[in-house]
Design a protein around this ligand. Sequence first.
Ligand SMILES: *[C@@H]1O[C@H](CO)[C@@H](O)[C@H](O)[C@H]1NC(C)=O
Ligand SMILES: *[C@@H]1O[C@H](CO)[C@@H](O)[C@H](O)[C@H]1NC(C)=O
Length: 462
Amino acid sequence: MPAAHVAVHLHVVGSCIELANATTSVWGTANIGPGKPFTDTQAKWIWSHAGADLGTSSGVRTTISTTVTAAAPGTQTLLHLIVENFADVYLNGAFVTRLTGGWRNQQEYTNRPLQLTLAAGTNTLSVAAYGASYGGRAGLLASLTSSDSTTVLARTSSDWTCSVDVVGSRNSIEVAPALSSIWGTANIGPGKPFNDTQAKWIWAHSGSTVSSSYFLRPIFTTMFVVPQDTSALLSLIVDDRADIVFNGQMVTALEWGYLAGQYTNRPVRLNLKRGINTLSVIVTNYNNPGSPAGLLASLSSSDGRSVYSRTSSSAWVYSALVSSNPGCIELAWSGKPFPDTQAKWIWSDAGRSSGMRTAMTTILYAQQAGTRVLLNAISLSTANVYLNGILMGSLPGGGNPTSLLFNRTLAVGTNTISVAAYYGVPTPGQAGFVASLTSSDGTTLLARTSTDWTCSVNVPSI
Ligand SMILES: *[C@@H]1O[C@H](CO)[C@@H](O)[C@H](O)[C@H]1NC(C)=O
Ligand SMILES: *[C@@H]1O[C@H](CO)[C@@H](O)[C@H](O)[C@H]1NC(C)=O
């Protein structure tokens, strides 16, 4: 699925946090100190939250910026910079270059110092920085000097501004209020284990109180600022499983919690860090092909008096993972004629052999309620076609299969289309599937079968 319509909808700004002095950090001093490539020992290692030198969230972009004033146009300066993991440098909004690492050894301190030419007046120097991948640490150390290196014009400190965006995400969809959902109120309400009645049940698409696809695993994320390190309590109910990741570190996994006696191991204590904190919850829906799915969560101070974040469309964004399965294989032989000649015949393996059942999945985003889709498909073997885990109909397969057209309304948000095809049924040896999805007037292509679809084989029903 191409990354069309992707937008960032969660953006939090705060002061940067000083993680360590230049010469006393986890990044060592191989390149830092007098006579070494980075000489400004008064600069601080900074990031958007305390503890980033232990770990931070991936999937967020941290923009770290300051302003520098120049008296004359064309003022020449030098930027010294070390970063874990990489940083895109911008001057007055214009991209300059990408710098990577720089703390390990002298050979790694490449393309530095970077020459920057300031305009007369106030200049904005900013760095879009990314920490190490999933759970890794993050930090930035920088110093901007005059071209002869004698005067420091700016150095990283808590005077710099940090802003954080969740990259490639969408606002989550509210599917029910806390107190009136199919999940009931056994544990929800004043005096009950989950007492934040303003939280909303959220999901990646509308209608998830009826069904969502087994193959969709949304990652929900919220961000908030705290002025000092503190501990907080996360109350959470989920259908079916939540893997909780806080500032990039896996905390714990929880299941359900909506039935009486089921609300165990909660609330979860989280150690909040000074600055901008990022909480992510990866939700798995156990039932194949589909069943209701949702998340209800509230993070409060330890004394229960203030709420840092509760699930809602505006405070929580999501990105959609389609299980963790490999891409489908494009079949070399094109099979039957199909009107969309660019759609590929696909299956889980090129030999069209493996598996009793192959599920082929793609996702489709709908911005507006009432968006309709036309799905035109042929399968060489018997196949069930599902929208968000709900059966739309079956393709017969067999000796001379004809195409079928489904005309359906999409949910708002990320819809999952899955096709479960049965190898060799009814004709031994036959397997292969082709589909084209368009707007309901047939004019706009929304998706077509390709190696971008994910394929999974013999997924068990739970
Ligand atoms: C609500 O729940 C929180 C966290 O479990 C708890 O600290 C607080 O005392 C509860 N408030 C009420 C009014 O029950
Ligand atoms: C799909 O269904 C809608 C609503 O029933 C209808 O207006 C539209 O004409 C249908 N499109 C096709 C191609 O059948």
